[in-house]
Design a protein around this ligand. Structure first.
Ligand SMILES: Cc1ncc(COP(=O)(O)O)c(C=O)c1O
Length: 358
């Protein structure tokens, strides 16, 4: 069986499993804000009809201006992308034929983007099950042109402190290596300390951001890169003209005005995470020490979590498999943190599993 490469679009999972998709289902495989898009988007949605009859600004200058102001950087340090995924794909093209190291387990698109561009790929594996850093990165950096690091991590939700990231940036710089930090989920953190100020002193640093998760707009596609101007220019040359559509550009501007939606989301996710983790602890499940809106889970009685996966799927509860995360091999399941009712449904199903599999 060929497992789908990503979460979301559950029809492909059911197709692969050769079972019909139930009418009632809850998708825990996509890590999207359960509160949905900010209200400002719904209120102003009708205005978007007018923008579709003109070509979008290929530079996205209006949105860029607002992002630059928010981040305290210059517009020439920013590139807007058709989702963080486009930025990753462009970086892959820029790195064609080079040697890259990917901190694993990680989002599979880094490897995919590098593989199709003929890069040689090495892994740096985090400590299994605790996901702590081990020794040995320096030796790998000596032979690398770029390091990919997802922080907070997808799939674990673990957040690594700024001091660790800075040490890595410095180690990369010493070895003439780019340091690519994917911060797609940074805005779900309560205590985020920005690494953006390192962009000036460390031109080897690239920071990827996504706007599709916090603002629940994966269907619109929007992300950006913060990096030194020469890197931005190189990637901009590789980007197709008008890559970001006019709706996404305008919606992005509105999203940046929705600070209260963001803080409400963070508070709600924190509360639900606490409730879920207390439940798992009480019922003898293991989970990753996530600080954001998704986490890994396992029943320690099982090595391969497939039976639990199937049990949940049959009840219309859709986890994310971990077959294509190097180092996880299906020994964990990933779940998004959703609204209270959905999380309670998940806990109910897990309780049912526990009582029938003691
Ligand atoms: C770690 C990480 N980075 C980047 C992306 C791409 O996000 P998008 O293209 O939706 O902005 C994803 C999507 O799941 C992700 O998990």
């Amino acid at each position: 069986m060929k497992w789908p490469a990503h979460g979301a679009n559950p029809q492909y999972l059911f197709e692969a499993l050769q079972i019909s998709m139930p009418d009632q289902k809850i998708d825990f495989s996509a890590n999207i804000n359960p509160l949905g898009p900010p209200g400002i988007l719904k209120e102003n949605w009708h205005q978007l009809f007018d923008v579709i009859s003109e070509y979008p600004d290929p530079k996205g200058n209006q949105l860029k201006k607002k992002l630059a102001r928010n981040e305290g950087i210059d517009e020439c340090q920013l590139l807007i992308g058709n989702g963080g995924a486009e930025i990753i794909s462009l970086i892959g093209r820029m790195l064609a034929g080079k040697r890259v190291v990917i901190v694993q387990p990680a989002f599979s698109e880094y490897e995919e983007a590098c593989r199709i561009n003929g890069c040689s790929i090495d892994y740096y594996q985090l400590e299994p099950d605790s996901w702590e850093w081990q020794e040995g990165i320096t030796a790998k950096l000596k032979k690398a042109d770029a390091l990919f690091f997802c922080n907070p991590s997808n799939p674990t939700g673990v957040f690594y402190p700024r001091t660790l990231v800075l040490d890595l940036i410095k180690a990369c710089e010493k070895n003439d290596c780019l340091m690519i930090v994917d911060e797609a989920f940074y805005d779900f953190l309560i205590d985020y300390e920005s690494i953006v100020p390192y962009i000036g002193p460390y031109p080897n640093l690239l920071i990827i951001r996504s706007m599709t998760k916090m603002f629940a707009i994966p269907g619109l596609r929007l992300g950006y890169l913060i990096a030194a101007p020469p890197v931005i220019e190189k990637l901009s040359d590789l980007q197709p003209q008008w890559s970001i559509n006019a709706l996404a550009l305008k919606a992005g501007e509105w999203c940046l005005e929705s600070e209260s939606h963001m803080s409400k989301t963070r508070g709600m996710i924190k509360q639900e995470r606490k409730r879920l983790f207390a439940f798992y602890k009480e019922n003898g499940f293991l989970f990753s020490p996530s600080q954001i809106n998704f986490y890994l889970l396992k029943d320690p009685a099982l090595k391969d979590q497939l039976p639990l996966f199937q049990f949940l799927i049959e009840r219309g509860i859709i986890p994310r498999h971990t077959m294509n995360f190097p180092g996880l091999r299906g020994e964990w399941l990933r779940f998004a943190i959703k609204g209270s009712e959905d999380n309670s449904r998940l806990m109910g199903a897990i309780e049912e599993w526990r009582s029938s599999h003691l």
